[in-house]
Design a protein around this ligand. Structure first.
Ligand SMILES: Cc1cc2nc3c(=O)[nH]c(=O)nc-3n(C[C@H](O)[C@H](O)[C@H](O)COP(=O)(O)OP(=O)(O)OC[C@H]3O[C@@H](n4cnc5c(N)ncnc54)[C@H](O)[C@@H]3O)c2cc1C
Length: 456
């Protein structure tokens, strides 16, 4: 057994682990980064990046069909093999070599293997022990949960991993779960020619977002020829030579060549040796942390990214990683509570939101009023996303006269969400917002219309 000493040991090299290690390495600390699979994690290879590579071609083709002159020029169908090849480029053929120079340039020691805690400030990787003089950062992410449905696990369904790396498109795909990943992957496969059915136990898709968001995505899926079944609960799954059969508690059944389960995430915290340092994972296996990302029972231990369950989003995991790294470097920084984080569902229409929905604001006890405006009613929509659904909603705290939430649905809006993120995070007053004049003819003019509806 060999023992090596570092200032900080980071376990897991997904986006959160990479950022924590990078920031600490740049500051001159001796850092070990432990990874059991691919440097870049779930996000780069099996989640964010490949799902967007699968979605974008169908969306771009749809947009060309809405623009006269281009519609006549672009008359073919998607070239599915080329789409899959481009997806392979995006995930570098599941080779993490391109990520390694970034790590080396920061003087980080990459240790390949599974890291397990072995007492305070000690991480065992195979026969080696990495000793952390200052801190251990767990950035072990999450993996797809399989709900306890009879026969489901035995049927070996697709999870996001298989769906994002498949080398062919199944003729039919049953998607269990109408949350973000289920809607994105369901729509991607529908554009690639699969007969998709999305089933969801809740009464609507994208349950955590404004109701109109799920309704518009539902309608878009239907227009692509996909089916959506809401409010049904699976009872059992059976697999045979022809594919999968899922039976539901209401007595109905659905068959498909392939089954994709997208029904929540579980962190791999049961196999991390947490018991050796007296820490027990909380609900769902997530490890509770304070606003400096420390585990209260073990202040030398930090958990960043999906594994702490605060917000399962890459940009939030990276933000947490920057904060944890700065705390380890002795700075007094902490997470701010600005409400629910910025988020984008990259479907067509996109659902982009930051802060509260109307319902979550009311549930939080805020005195709020919402204003809505159709995105297509501003001049900029003549040029992008013409004729497509889209709604803008601001949720306004009437006492403080600031935005506490914003949701915009429509074509290609993801990059414009940041304006709302700044307004919500910085609590910009409505009167100041009114002087932030949007350019003409852009869809950002919807901000002005919303403020006018509010009465400014
Ligand atoms: C289909 C899909 C699409 C998504 N799209 C988006 C999106 O567009 N935008 C967005 O913000 N988020 C998206 N997400 C969520 C995003 O993927 C996660 O929030 C993000 O990957 C979390 O980063 P992480 O660093 O915490 O963990 P991960 O990316 O899961 O990385 C964790 C790493 O730790 C390693 N590891 C685990 N245990 C050990 C151990 N014991 N020893 C060594 N290594 C270990 C794993 O191998 C892995 O490489 C998507 C998720 C899915 C499923």
């Amino acid at each position: 057994m060999a023992e090596r000493t570092f200032d900080v040991v980071v376990v897991g090299a997904g986006p959160a682990g990479e950022v924590a290690a990078g920031r600490l390495g740049e500051a001159g600390l001796r850092v070990a980064l432990v990874e059991q699979q691919l440097v870049g994690g779930e996000c780069s290879f099996y989640a964010c990046m490949p799902s967007k590579a699968l979605l974008r071609p169908g969306q771009l083709l749809a947009e060309t069909q809405r623009v006269p002159g281009v519609r006549e020029a672009v008359t073919g169908q998607l070239a599915v093999e080329a789409v899959l090849r481009r997806r392979d480029e995006v995930i570098h053929g599941l080779d993490d070599g391109s990520q390694l120079p970034w790590i080396e340039e920061r003087g980080i020691a990459l240790v390949r293997g599974r890291g397990v805690l072995d007492g305070e400030r000690r991480v065992r990787v195979g026969d080696d022990v990495l000793v952390a003089e200052q801190a251990v950062v767990l950035a072990v992410g999450s993996r797809a949960s399989l709900p306890p449905v009879e026969g489901l696990a035995e049927s070996s369904p697709w999870t996001n991993r298989e769906a994002t790396t498949a080398q062919s498109v199944p003729p039919s795909l049953l998607v269990l779960g109408g949350g973000v990943a289920g809607c994105e992957l369901g729509q991607a496969y529908a554009t690639l020619g699969s007969q998709v059915t999305v089933v969801e136990v809740a009464p609507r898709l994208l349950l955590k977002e404004e109701p109109f968001a799920g309704e518009q995505v539902h309608q878009a899926l239907t227009q692509l020829g996909a089916r959506v079944q809401l409010g049904i609960k699976p009872a059992s799954v059976r697999r045979d030579d022809d594919g999968f059969e899922m039976r539901f508690e209401n007595g109905s059944a659905l068959r498909a060549a392939q089954l994709l389960v997208s029904a929540g995430r579980t962190p791999p915290t049961g196999e991390l040796g947490l018991e050796t340092v007296g820490v027990e994972p909380g609900k769902g296996g997530f490890v509770e942390v304070d606003d400096q990302l420390r585990v209260p029972r073990a202040p030398w231990l930090f958990v960043v990214g999906d594994a702490n369950g605060r917000a399962l989003l890459t940009h939030i995991g990276k933000h947490q990683a920057r904060i944890a790294a700065d705390v380890i470097r002795g700075r007094d920084v902490r997470l701010r509570d600005a409400g629910p984080p910025p988020r984008v569902v990259f479907t067509e229409p996109q659902v982009t939101a930051v802060g509260h929905t109307l319902q979550s604001a009311r549930d939080a006890g805020l005195n709020v009023r919402c204003v809505d405006y159709p995105v297509k009613a501003v001049a900029g929509s003549s040029f992008v996303g013409r004729g497509t659904p889209g709604t803008a909603r601001l949720v306004i705290d009437e006492d403080a006269r600031v935005l506490v939430g914003a949701t915009f649905t429509g074509t290609e809006l993801a990059d414009t969400l940041h304006a709302a993120t700044i307004a919500v995070t910085a609590r910009v007053s409505l009167d100041d917002l009114w002087h932030a004049v949007p350019s003409f003819p852009t869809r950002s003019e919807v901000w002005l219309r919303l403020l006018e509806v509010y009465g400014l």
